[in-house]
Design a protein around this ligand. Structure first.
Ligand code: B12
Ligand code: SF4
Length: 512
């Protein structure tokens, strides 16, 4: 039976899978509500770092009962991380099987792997959906026969798929509705609990993006993918729009203690940053964290960030200069990185280094080089280690697939490595040598082991073939660091049950 008959309810259900933070769902919901459409947001399970949980029957039952109770006519699911594909397929199967409601899937994964998702969804929305999805929704609820031709979508009608061209990227980001944290029409489903209201409404951390896009195209990163949508890829909100949103959120949620700017590289536009650094301390004044990349950290950049109130910076350095250049298409050389470290540190900004391991072909010498780099870093510092994950659409993965070097089964979507080893854990099965280097890096970052000891351990090759003693030491150091971080967060009112549920895993700790 075609799902595109007359609608059987007047609401759109926007479903977020394993992602209670989901910016996209809140943003799309706000846009649709502003246009007068009734929207029900459903947060279907939360994400747990490296500990994936299959959905249980009670959760599907809860979902079906909300769909019925809220008179939903269209189910729209956000599928951002590719690893969730199988669960979304299952979810669509359950919804279609019990209700015959049409299921539309949008987000990053259908953008990079449309064929794979349209195989089980009734329609997909590719790329940015702020313009295309509201058109699709209105055509659906008014039974408009042009529905299958909606720009930016692929729509299945009978055995045929209408593949429509992508819509232009949103040029004016200020024109996009602010994410809605207020509406009562929100549900969270987690195991046997069903809770009404926005799960993030009182969160002490407010995450926001001031820009979309990046100046680089590192080969492992989503920014190396282009779906052909016309328009400039790097875009900014105005400072006024960001500060107004922050003021409004703080008025609604006085518990906010910290802001995190999730931009790929925060403040790359110098004029924008100058205005921000002038106004943010006066108009908001909360400590904030941000992401950056060594090539943009000039003296002025570091000083403006400090002036604005930047406390922690997440700086992607990934690997040694040679690995970065040859395998990851990254620009920064070691001298640039060292200069960025010096400037940020001098301005009192604390650095979390984002580094990637498990990259095939990295030599022992290069692993040692990374160790030497860490030896020089001014303390204290944090280390967020990530395990290379093959995300579909990235240049690296597409190249490896076309040369036949990578088994398609290892690409996220089919693979689900994101669920078990994204942030690095030492218990993950690796070659003893790799575990040994990682344990050493963790000891370096812990700040409790003197540099001369780590130097001695590296030089002597202690426990190299059987790294268990080093792993135990790294575990103890991580436990200590976790306790310190938790204590600081409790003091600042930043520790939430959501964070604990996501990150606490005493058996197999995430390194930091
Ligand atoms: C910021 C960010 C985060 C933030 C959270 C953001 C938030 N609060 O929503 C943090 C750091 C927490 C995070 C975590 C993770 N992330 Co992330 N994240 C991003 C980033 C950089 C921006 C996402 C964003 O919020 N954009 C703004 C919103 C408004 O836009 P959007 O998501 O692009 O959505 C638009 C369209 O996609 C579409 N759309 C989205 N959903 C839907 C649904 C429907 C029905 C429709 C019609 C349309 C639609 O319309 C939206 C509006 O135009 C993206 C990269 C990127 N540029 O997309 C990676 C990205 C989505 N993340 C990714 C991953 C893997 C993760 C993690 C799984 C990593 C991990 N294990 O820790 C977790 C999972 C979190 C979770 N709970 O699911 C990957 C996914 C890659 C893949 N193929 O699997 C990406 C692409 C980055 C990458 N590494 O390549 N992430
Ligand atoms: S600098 Fe960071 S966000 Fe930009 S392309 Fe490289 S990895 Fe991606």
């Amino acid at each position: 039976m075609s799902p595109w008959g007359p609608p059987r309810g007047d609401a759109v259900a926007l479903v977020s899978v394993y992602d209670v933070e989901n910016n996209a769902v809140r943003q799309l919901a706000a846009g649709l509500r502003a246009a007068g459409r009734r929207v029900v947001e459903i947060y279907f399970k939360d994400w747990r770092n490296n500990r994936f949980e299959e959905p249980i029957e009670a959760e599907f039952k809860a979902l079906l009962s909300i769909l019925a109770q809220e008179r939903v006519g269209l189910v729209a699911i956000s599928l951002r991380a590719s690893a969730y594909e199988a669960v979304v397929r299952q979810l669509v199967g359950v919804v279609r099987g019990h209700t015959s409601l049409p299921c539309v899937v949008g987000g990053w994964h259908p953008t990079v792997r449309p064929e794979s998702v349209i195989a089980f969804a009734d329609a997909i929305v590719r790329g940015e959906a702020d313009v295309s999805f509201p058109i699709f929704v209105e055509r659906f609820f008014s039974s408009d026969p042009s529905l299958p031709l909606t720009p930016g979508t692929w729509v299945r009608v009978g055995g045929e798929v209408h593949k429509n061209a992508p819509v232009p990227l949103v040029a004016e980001l200020d024109s996009v509705a602010w994410r809605d944290y207020e509406s009562g029409e929100k549900w969270t489903i987690e195991r046997h609990e069903v809770i009404r209201g926005d799960p993030m409404a009182t969160d002490p951390l407010f995450q926001v993006l001031c820009s979309i896009g990046c100046i680089q195209k590192c080969s492992f990163c989503h920014n190396s993918f282009d779906d052909g949508a016309p328009g400039a890829r790097l875009r900014f909100r105005t400072v006024s729009s960001v500060l107004d949103e922050l003021a409004e959120r703080r008025r609604r949620n006085p518990r906010i203690r910290r802001v995190r700017f999730d931009d790929e590289i925060f403040g790359i536009d110098r004029r924008w940053l100058r205005e921000f650094a002038e106004r943010y301390p006066r108009e908001v004044g909360l400590p904030f964290d941000f992401l950056t990349e060594p090539t943009v950290v000039s003296e002025e950049y570091a000083s403006l960030m400090a002036k604005a109130g930047g406390q922690w910076v997440h700086m992607g350095i990934q690997s040694t200069e040679a690995v970065n250049r040859e395998q990851l298409s990254r620009r920064a050389d070691r001298a640039t990185t060292a200069a960025a470290v010096e400037r940020l540190t001098r301005h009192g900004i604390r650095i979390r280094y984002l580094t990637m391991v498990d990259i095939p072909g990295v030599t022992d010498e290069q692993k040692r080089e990374l160790f030497e780099f860490f030896q020089q870093l001014p303390r204290p510092w944090d280390l967020y280690l990530f395990s290379l994950t093959h995300f579909p659409g990235s240049q690296m993965v597409e190249d490896l697939l076309s040369s036949g070097t990578l088994d398609p089964a290892e690409v996220e979507g089919t693979a689900r490595k994101t669920f078990s080893q994204y942030r690095v854990e030492l218990s993950w099965p690796r070659e003893p040598d790799d575990t040994w280097w990682i344990a050493l890096y963790v000891l370096q970052a812990s700040g409790v082991v003197p540099r001369r000891i780590t130097e001695l351990l590296a030089r002597s090759g202690f426990a190299r073939g059987k790294p268990r003693p080093l792993v135990l030491a790294a575990h103890a150091a991580t436990l200590l660091k976790t306790a310190q971080v938790a204590a600081r967060m409790v003091r600042n009112g930043e520790l939430t049950p959501t964070l604990v549920r996501r990150w606490w895993n005493p058996v197999s700790m995430v390194t930091m």
